[in-house]
Design a protein around this ligand. Structure first.
Ligand SMILES: [Fe+2]
Length: 375
């Protein structure tokens, strides 16, 4: 049984009417789903004067990453973050892959930040466009064929099991999207027997090449529940309440072993007089939080961050409204942004490519001591 207490000065309900002069801090477990208390603090918990050690909010410009696949059709994506469960890569392929890929390390989610083209695979060709999540099951033979020169993919690789969907509970079958929207390819075998065809197999991050004298995408039909599929973020329908701030888990798009993929979407701000437009501070003790800016900007982040910014908020250290978010929220009536959020249970390791593109001062933008709001 949950025994709930209310001690000292508190609001009547979490996420509504912070008592005058206080800052709400959500101390919870299991993301936003477990036991939780709201603390009403006299100071913003992000008002730090300095941080010693590795744990700090981080931001990097993913558009500064130049993977080898940007200039070489035989090139590969660049890894930026990883743990045992999930690896994140940047791919900027401009020309069709000169080989066929078979990833034996995990399912992949290609998020198309920019560009259009075709994913050719065992299951048939599937056209992709900006805003698509294209899911490619582990072991599929495939090839990316860009149709435009500006392709930019954020690749999310699920290393411990398949990409799946969160339990919807009381939300029902049509929120945050109707499964009927998932689009699968029609078979279209490529029956070429002209030249040499390479399949590059990735297993434990090592590469093996297998060669054939026919195109490996030769399936004339398929039947079953495992296939390449896609959905575009413009079709997602997050739940919304005008009376309270809903936790991000209510609009999660994918759930995989050890991590979630959540899509922040445009929404009007809460309008009930005692609802809080800015989210509570929190220290997300069970997840490292990654947010990729696809379109617009998250209100609680610095205004310096452009499209393609990728932030990492490690578990244990606070984040929450940027010092300027309170004023911004009071003026705006909606959040116009699409952001891809990956919440990982195990600590994420940053690659050299992440560090090279990192903004060293991002951690300071959360503190009104170090980044004061101009009068
Ligand atoms: Fe968070």
């Amino acid at each position: 049984m949950i025994i709930k207490h209310a001690k000292g000065t508190t609001s009547k309900q979490g996420r509504t009417g912070w008592p005058q002069g206080t800052y709400e801090d959500e101390h919870g477990q299991d993301g936003f789903a477990g036991e939780v208390s709201m603390l009403y603090r006299a100071h913003p918990p992000t008002r730090w004067t300095r941080i010693e050690g590795n744990l700090r909010p981080r931001a990097m410009n993913s558009l500064a990453v130049e993977p080898t696949d940007m200039t070489d059709p035989g090139g590969v994506p660049t890894r930026i973050l990883s743990n045992d469960d999930v690896h994140l890569y940047v791919s900027r392929r401009r020309a069709p892959m000169s080989y066929y890929m078979r990833n034996a390390d995990g399912d992949e989610i290609y998020f198309v930040h920019e560009g259009a083209g075709t994913v050719e695979s065992d299951y048939g060709p599937l056209a992709y466009e900006t805003g698509d999540y294209v899911v490619i099951p582990k072991g599929t033979n495939y090839r990316i064929v860009p149709g435009t020169p500006d392709n930019f993919f954020l690749i999310i690789e699920s290393r411990k099991g398949p990409v799946g969907f969160p339990d919807r509970g009381m939300l029902g079958q049509h929120v945050p999207f109707d499964f009927a929207l998932l689009e699968a390819p029609e078979p279209q075998p490529i029956l070429d027997e002209d030249g040499e065809y390479e399949i590059r197999i990735k297993r434990a991050d090592e590469w093996t090449s297998v060669f054939h004298n026919f195109c490996p995408l030769d399936a004339v039909g398929w039947t079953g529940s495992l296939c390449v599929y896609k959905i575009n973020i413009r079709h997602l329908r997050a739940p919304y309440s005008e009376r309270t701030h809903l936790p991000p888990t209510t609009y999660a798009t994918f759930q995989c072993p050890g991590f979630w993929v959540v899509t922040f979407q445009p929404k009007p701000f809460e309008t009930a007089p005692d609802s809080e437009r800015v989210p509570a501070y929190h220290r997300n003790v069970d997840y490292d939080e990654v947010v990729f800016t696809h379109f617009g900007r998250l209100m609680s982040r610095s205004e310096d961050q452009g499209l393609g910014t990728l932030t990492l908020h490690p578990a244990g250290i606070h984040h929450g409204p940027n010092p300027r978010a309170f004023e911004a929220a009071a003026k705006a009536d909606r959040m116009d942004a699409f952001l891809v959020n990956i919440d990982a249970q195990k600590p994420l390791t940053r690659s050299a490519a992440f560090s090279e593109a990192e903004d060293p001062n991002y951690w300071a933008t959360f503190s009104d001591e170090l980044s004061p709001v101009s009068p």
